[in-house]
Design a binder for this molecule. Sequence first.
Ligand code: ZN
Length: 698
Amino acid sequence: MRWHLKFWNCFRALAITCALVTLRVPPAGSQVAPSDASKPDSHGIAVSNVNHSVKPGDDFYQYANGGWLERTQIPADRASVGVFTALSDLSNKRTVDLIEQAAKGNAPAASDTRKIADLYNSFMDEVGIEAKGLAALRPHLQSIAAIHDRKELARALGESLRADVDALNNTNFHTANLFGLWVAPGFNDSDHYTAYLLQGGLQLPDREYYVADTERMRDIRAKYQAHIAAMLKLAGFDEPDARAKRVIDLEHDIAEKHISLAENEDIHKANNTWKPGDFAAKAPGLDWAEFFRGAGLTKQSSFIVWQPTAFTGESALVGSASLDSWKDWLAFHMVEAYADGLPKAFGDERFAFFGKILSGAQEQRPRWQRGVALVNRILGDAVGQIYVKDYFTPQAKAEVQSMVANITAAFRKRIDALPWMDPATNAEAQAKLTSLYVGIGYPETWRSYSAYEVKADDFFGNLWRSGLFEYHYSVRRIGLPVDRKEWCMTPQTVNAVNLPLHNGLNFPAAILQPPFFDPQAPPASNYGAIGTIIGHEISHTFDTQGSAFDSKGRVRNWWKSEDLEHFNAATAKLAAQYDTYKPFPDISVNGKQTLGENIADVAGLSAAFDGFHASLEGTPAPVKDGFSGDQQFFVAFGQNWGTKPRESALRQQVMTEPHAPAQYRADTVRNIDAWYPAFNIQSGDKLYLTPADRVQIW
Ligand SMILES: [Zn+2]
């Protein structure tokens, strides 16, 4: 379980798609919600979270959230706290009840409920795990030790391939294995599932951690090297320091071959079809035939290679770096990946580095919370199926569907009204809206876990088999017709996602609750909260990445070049706006890296505002708690982003993530004309933009 990263089912993204937020806190439950961010004062905006001593035009984020920020502490076991984490806590509290219920019952063997129970109980069996010691790990380390040439190395590297990356939906570009497999609709044939291969090989979150020449990064690298040595020592290796040096040196060399996160986002550069025979010619060094044999992919006729230069570079390293370096690297990665299934000392050491040093958390979360997160990750649909029976009503589904209809209609009108858009481009944009699948609450079909074997007394094995289960599930789908209504997020996830190759959206049940959605709240706050999120996800179907996918999910440039010029000019202005934001004096938001998400925020806000006004059908919105309808709308949006991160977590976010820090997402309002009269914003106010500087994409 990689908790310093985005392991939780779906989230992430850069310009691409993506989930609405990147949840970096492990979504395990908690007894006490660490904040009241998700608790409305009544139904509607959280009035007590507003800070009236701040002018909305100077700092809208502080205005909407200052009261909450003032009274909120980050719990010791967290890297950050906010609306999303608080709602995740609620969802996880419910989930843990379901799981504990399952764990107590005596469900029939091989049923999903029994698997939930056995997986959870096996993780909670600390005494059993401690007693087994290194027994389950040893055979794996022995096979690594037995590697005596590059051919066997290639085979082992192939055997370690897992379906643990996702370039467009959950947008997780990170795997610690040499490469990662992602099976999804094809760039060039979106009717069938295709095999994508992505760069990998690093334990730290991104190449910058290895190559950046800053004091903090040098410090992290020194501590990381000590961590490698500590893990290898625990696993019984001699000369742990020398081995650790070899591992970090090799990872540094791999990092130099990686392309950056921002570059990963350019799908046109990613659309590289390689036949099996191309690999040896284009990326010599690794014995590819042996690699594919190890990976069980010998029958595969082609792959899409996302980062060709990284494949060339990493493959060359497999041929040139010493065999001992690779064996130490394989062993360390094995220990790291399965630390949860090993005695407590391994997990503690992992937390000391990845939790404390890298993310700034002070305490490890209770084991049961991590157990819930794990069950959610491995058996997410099985848990979700029970979850929605208890926590999602058909009425909620119907209401959200009507909001989706209003916001979609707003997008149609906005696109129709664009003076610069060519009629053919407009027609394809409208077709994308027509074929868009909007999933509300939960998937139409549930995932089967019949091929996943879970044993109540074998946590290491359960973990090992879950990786293989996912992998085999993905490999089996290659070439099959695409299910356009499939989901990539579980219903109990507090998030939302756009799937560009499916032309689909997922809004899980767990985000469709207060403060994002409350059937008893006025439309103003529902549209400002969940409405802007719905609009955000719809916008991704047209944004920098979405404009590259047509109404059938194919990679096809459906824009005229003049359309693209106008679009690029408008988006460049938005990138420049975000480049000016500085969370710390020495670090700025990267406007290019966060562009797709920022466009989605602007567009989502605009369309939701229109949808809100359409829903009023000409009647004025009621004033509530002294806030006009428009004020409630914008404050609800600002409160979506109430977040308090630790400094190290915020720095990591700025460096590695597609989403701008929450405070700047709230300030998106400065691009919307209607925000100015709603709060009487004047030209001297800090967030004031002249009408010409306000960015409107759609
Ligand atoms: Zn997004």
